[in-house]
Design a protein around this ligand. Structure first.
Ligand code: ADP
Length: 570
């Protein structure tokens, strides 16, 4: 090609978006095509990116979010305008709430028509709709700004406290052309997107002084600690200090749940009795009873909080020693300050915990060993637990009410970032999106342990799982309803009670419609065999696990949040 010919070569918005993502090693898009992004998806694939197409944008968004959590790189979700965008927005909001980095890229309608409200196809002011639910939101109007727009989105998603970012791309922008050389020069490869944040030395000294004064210390690991990928440093800190620890649900596996310092089996006891609590990447939100009240007992507490977000500190109770920075740097600094003046927790504290643990574990073993017919949550989860014990590499997705509550405490995790669940909101509907995201991102099998109600929100994505032939085994805990299947309509009318589903539904037949393998399991033995076979096959599978319809409590362990149940208790 002559120089003259090269000089006239052009590129367009479509190519620049793809080039900007690829330049930043963002090579997978989770999305759903339609106007105006169908060609963008086609082109992405043609240019060597992976485009995983979903049946509903919320699940594409959830897949992107969990990919972000697993990799520290923003997961990319792409949707069409207005309704597609709104479907993706729930996932974006959930990502922001959970501190997962993702970028929701949506096509949008003509700005001039939208802003004058002249009634365009899928008219909506998406940028402003996204803002309250995103960590940041940007719109690009000129092709030469695409590189900068993508760079800003990446930085916003992963730096500091990670979160969801919205990037608005009007249809007109995608078709804009510009000189190819200038286009290439306009792209930005983001340097050091999430810089280390070293804690102030005095904050570390303050924290260590508080810790040295502790008689009954406790470490609480949250999903921020899992996200930080400082696994070796955190383990060394826990073991070097000898302090008992509790993992929040998505921090399970950061140290193996079987670790002798894990106080999970004595959770209530340690929360009540501890005098100094070191929070590492965990917020004192509702999941931790806001750091006060009965859950935390009468004993006065001092908190040390390690977090990247300074505004998190004192959000619920006073924090005696904030340590602000990235978890890797903070934990390394704390470790460096531990000298001979630091004593491991005394035997009175560790002994009391050990005693409580063995008592609770013995009690739990009795419940788990029972073999009621039909199965209940415990006997079914025992079967799954025993299979997963031999496969620590398997990703576990978990949602539901009772299914979530019981699985969280019964299924042990052995490796970091392998458990993905309803998280900070307690959201239902993450199941298949997280399962697809985890399978695509890790290349490893996924077992999704789903309540039948929770599964319903994303069940159509079974087709996506089959289409991409992903090694996902979905286990539906089928007790015929939300919470349970025994409620009755008090009027005696034809409609069933609000919590009740079709009795004896066969969810396993759903996956067969798309070429996957279905199993129906009515006993723990059948469940064990089905799960072993499903995992060994590496194929899309679904096990309909038939659970006693009378098993299950209202709202699982959240009964206290249910206004009527709470009122009745008073
Ligand atoms: P959990 O639900 O497991 O208790 P949360 O989502 O409530 O965890 O808390 C995670 C916390 O971790 C957030 O406050 C967030 O700011 C923090 N965080 C996330 N990533 C990092 C990091 N790399 N370094 C330090 N803190 C982080």
């Amino acid at each position: 090609m002559t120089n003259e010919a090269q000089a006239t070569e052009t590129t367009d918005g479509f190519h620049l978006v793809i080039d900007a993502l690829k330049l930043n090693d963002l090579n997978t898009i989770f999305g759903l095509v339609g106007i105006p992004i169908t060609d963008l998806a086609r082109l992405a694939q043609a240019e060597g990116m992976r485009f995983i197409g979903f049946r509903h944008e919320q699940h594409a968004g959830n897949a992107a979010a969990i990919a972000g959590f697993m990799t520290q790189k923003p997961g990319i979700c792409m949707t069409v305008s207005a309704p597609g965008f709104l479907n993706g927005l729930t996932a974006l909001a959930n990502a922001t709430t959970n501190c997962f980095p993702m970028i929701l890229i949506s096509g949008s309608s003509e700005r001039e028509i939208v802003d004058l409200q002249q009634g365009d196809y899928e008219e909506m002011d998406q940028l402003n709709a996204a803002k309250p639910y995103a960590k940041a939101a940007y719109r690009v109007l000129h092709a030469e700004d695409i590189g900068i727009g993508v760079a800003r989105a990446i930085r916003a998603a992963v730096s500091g406290r990670p979160g969801g970012v919205y990037l608005d791309l009007p249809a007109k922008l995608l078709a804009q052309t510009m000189d190819a050389v200038k286009g290439k020069q306009s792209l930005v490869r983001v340097v050091d997107a999430a810089p280390r944040q070293i804690p102030a030395p005095e904050s570390v000294t303050r924290a260590l002084d508080v810790l040295k004064g502790a008689k009954r210390p406790l470490i609480l690991l949250g999903k921020g600690a899992a996200y930080a990928q400082a696994d070796a440093e955190i383990r060394a800190f826990v073991e070097q200090t000898g302090i008992p620890y509790l993992p929040m649900s998505m921090a399970k596996g950061l140290l193996p749940d079987t670790h002798e310092q894990s106080a999970s089996a004595a959770r209530s006891f340690v929360l009540q009795e501890a005098d100094v609590v070191v929070l590492i990447g965990a917020r004192l939100n509702w999941l931790l009873a806001h750091g006060k009240g009965k859950t935390w007992g009468a004993a006065p507490k001092k908190f040390i909080q390690v977090d990247i977000a300074p505004t998190e500190i004192d959000s619920n109770v006073a924090i005696a020693a904030p340590v602000i920075g990235d978890i890797g740097s903070c934990v390394a600094a704390l470790r460096a300050g531990i000298d001979s003046s630091f004593a491991k927790p005394n035997a009175e504290w560790t002994g009391a915990i050990a005693e409580r643990k063995s008592k609770n574990l013995a009690k739990m073993a009795v419940t788990l060993d029972q073999n009621p017919s039909p199965m209940n949550f415990h006997s079914a989860l025992r079967a799954i637990r025993d299979v997963l014990k031999a496969r620590p590499d398997i990703n576990v997705v978990n949602e539901g009410a009772n299914t979530l509550d019981y699985a969280r405490s019964i299924i042990d995790m052995y490796e970091p970032r392998k458990r993905f669940d309803s998280g900070t909101w307690g959201i239902m509907g993450i199941g298949m999106g997280f399962a697809i995201g985890a399978a695509v991102t890790s290349g490893k099998p996924v077992v999704a342990i789903e309540g039948d109600s929770a599964f319903g929100f994303s069940g159509m994505e079974l087709e996506t799982i089959c289409r991409y032939d992903l090694p996902v085994c979905t286990v539906v805990f089928n007790n015929n309803g939300v919470y349970r299947g025994t409620d009755v309509n008090p009027t005696g009318g034809k409609d069933v009670a609000p919590t009740v589903f079709v009795k004896g539904a066969r969810y396993d037949k759903m996956i067969e419609a798309f070429g996957g393998i279905g199993y129906n399991a009515t006993t723990p033995e059948e469940l064990t065999n089905a799960l072993l076979e499903a995992i060994a096959s590496g194929k899309p599978t679904l096990i309909n696990a038939v659970i006693d319809e009378a098993a299950g409590t209202e709202s699982g362990r959240l009964t206290n949040l249910n206004p009527q149940s709470a009122a009745m208790k008073k």
